[in-house]
Design a protein. Sequence first.
Length: 262
Amino acid sequence: MITAGCDVGSLTTKAVVLNGGRVLGHALVRSSFDPEKSAAEVMDKALQAAGVTMDDLGFCVGTGYGRERIKFVKKTFSEITCHAKGVHFLHPTIRTVIDVGGQDCKAIRLDAKGEIEKFLTNDKCASGTGRFLEVMAQLLGVDLEDLGRMAARATAPVTLAGACTVWAQAEVVVHLNAGRPMPDLAAGVNEAMASRIAILARAVGIEKDVCMSGGVAKNAGVVAAMEKGLGMPLRRLKVDPQLMGALGAAVIAREKAGGNRC
């Protein structure tokens, strides 16, 4: 049966179309101020990529902060549930999921069946989220995607002591005015980000295997800093980590599928 998941996040909206255990198509768009519009746009693109129509879908599930505004889904589930489900679907051996989105960060511990044993969320401060990286990239005058690549060329990464985005920005400005090399600044930003995330991960109780999901998992600099900070490798996902919420929603849709149509 063909099912779909739609994840309306704060920064991006994603959709995945699934046929049993195979991804037929997926799409990602920048979230607008209208979650309903974003969901419709991304689902249309995902359906086109899959070569199917809405009428072909047996069940749809929504997730993300805007999930209650998605008109075409039958049920909605939290991002925590969907990311856990998507990761377990791809890699059943993973026990710890670190999901870093645009506005929050979540650490999730799973059992052998993929059920959630414990989770913690940081949605009160931007320092451990994708927003932190966006702010820093703008301050440095580089594209967000360049932060990871630049950090690989660092020789003496700066240390950012500030625990919040505002203070960290002030520190970066001081280093910029002092003429510190851009790669060292980028590495310092990534390491500061990773240290905030690691605190949350340790609090939930890290168990191997460990992976990162969400858009920040595509930043090689943060991933490398996380591996160094945690003292262990992170498992790379088979599918774009930014799609994990939508993939998990599609997997749940498959489990819930019956005679209902979207």
